[in-house]
Design a protein around this ligand. Structure first.
Ligand code: NIG
Ligand code: FE
Length: 411
């Protein structure tokens, strides 16, 4: 038994939707990687196991470790050229037309060696842990052919065995049309016939995702494709309504997607069917920030209508080279009209829901995995307030300190 104590506050996220469940001056007892008790320090001292337990003091604010439920962390190179072009005034669409965008990442990834990809992903994962994330979803999608997509998913699975951070692989072969194909329908058929069976057989991914956007894949294609993926055992996710209203939200509802992500242009009339079909809406406001967009989605109608909202980074080389969930939380509070408590809940408990892991992680409750982030703060609100810096002091995974400020991740 191990007791972490000295916390100014503990945010348990245990009181139902968007309730931070705060305990002042609290302690967390952990046994075999799971939470044995969360209580005020005085109460904890009275518990029968308390006297003999190993005690570890960490001063700060404890909360569930962040669950980053949407990243594209396997890529070969940063897209600094795209960034330069955007700084001189070009849009994401114009950069794509000039040969930049997703396809430039595809070219680089196809040439990249497996060891280099593995090394690169492992070093990103250490940085996620440094910023307080202990579970990270990782998508493929920069390969766009059988060998390269499988190379990415194998990388995720291999790195997953080398790090204490939990990685959740998602197959995003339907990210863009590769240069070998002229028609998106032909490419989707290829994915279904040639790639999905291999992923299914080797259990390389948990989720399947598609980029449902004008110029990529349409809502009818998304629906049919995700249904085929579901038949192969991959649970559906979707990139929807990012750049304009296009119909991805209804496709998400029709296939009962686990989550619909981006959703900047989802409409009020989409919300009841999302609630009815249990679709988590994942907002990715750091990508809006990085693309210099003035439009951010307003989270209030979603919350009022009972939609489950998650927040994630969208870490990727094109639209969001940021892996810090604290920045995402700050963006959501400042630009999306979320309260601080709502944003923190969306980055933890609802992030876990977006991965179907809410029974295991996302809140600090007896019996759940002891995945904890500790912010260097007296008051939890500082997490969203001191934006742009990393307040995380320590990341604990299954009761073990995997990151401590000043130290590297211990595997
Ligand atoms: O979530 N929207 C599609 N895919 C990624 C980034 C694509 C890119 O590499 O530009 C996203 O924003
Ligand atoms: Fe994305």
């Amino acid at each position: 038994m191990r007791i972490f104590y000295g916390f100014n506050q503990i945010l348990t996220m245990s009181g139902g939707p968007y309730n931070a469940g705060i305990i002042e001056k609290g302690a967390i007892a952990v046994k075999d990687g799971k939470i044995a008790a969360v209580a005020g320090e005085k109460e904890m001292a009275k518990m029968p196991f308390s006297r003999k337990a190993e005690k570890i003091k960490i001063s700060g604010v404890a909360m569930p470790a962040f669950v980053d439920s949407h990243t594209h962390a396997v890529f070969a190179r940063p897209r600094l050229e795209d960034f330069s072009l955007r700084s001189s005034g070009l849009t994401y669409k114009e950069i794509k037309e000039r040969g930049g965008g997703i396809i430039s990442s595809v070219k680089a990834l196809r040439e990249a060696g497996r060891q280099d990809l593995e090394k690169s992903l492992l070093s990103w994962i250490e940085k996620f842990a440094e910023h307080g994330s202990a579970t990270v979803e990782v998508k493929s999608g920069y390969g766009l052919d059988a060998d390269s997509e499988i190379k990415i998913l194998e990388t995720v699975n291999r790195v997953s065995r080398k790090t204490p951070v939990e990685l959740v692989p998602t197959f995003l072969g339907a990210h863009s049309l590769p240069p070998e194909f002229k028609k998106s329908g032909d490419y989707l058929s290829y994915l279904i016939k040639r790639v999905l069976p291999q992923i299914k057989k080797r259990k390389l991914a948990v989720f399947a995702d598609i980029f449902c956007e004008d110029g990529y894949f349409n809502p009818a294609q998304s629906r049919a494709y995700l249904s085929a993926c579901l038949k192969s055992g991959l649970k559906p996710k979707i990139h929807a309504e990012q750049m304009k209203k296009y119909g991805g939200a209804q496709a998400a509802a029709a296939v009962k997607a686990v989550s619909a992500d981006h959703m900047d242009y989802a409409q009020l009339k989409d919300l009841p069917s999302l609630v009815k079909n249990n679709v988590v809406v994942t907002f990715l406001p750091a990508s809006n920030y990085f693309l210099g967009l003035s439009h951010f989605p307003d989270a209030r109608p979603f919350i009022e209508k009972g939609v489950c909202i998650a927040l994630a980074t969208d870490f990727n080389p094109g639209t969001c080279p940021c892996l810090n969930m604290q920045f995402v939380i700050s963006c959501a509070v400042t630009h999306m009209k979320m309260t601080i408590e709502q944003a923190l809940y969306a980055a933890t408990f609802n992030g876990a829901r977006a991965l179907g892991l809410e029974k295991k992680i996302g809140s600090l409750e007896k019996g759940k995995q002891a995945d904890i982030a500790v912010m260097d703060a007296k008051d939890y609100r500082e997490t969203a307030y001191y934006f742009g810096s990393n307040l995380n002091l320590a990341t604990i995974k299954k009761g073990r300190i995997i990151y401590e400020k000043g130290n590297t991740v211990r595997c």
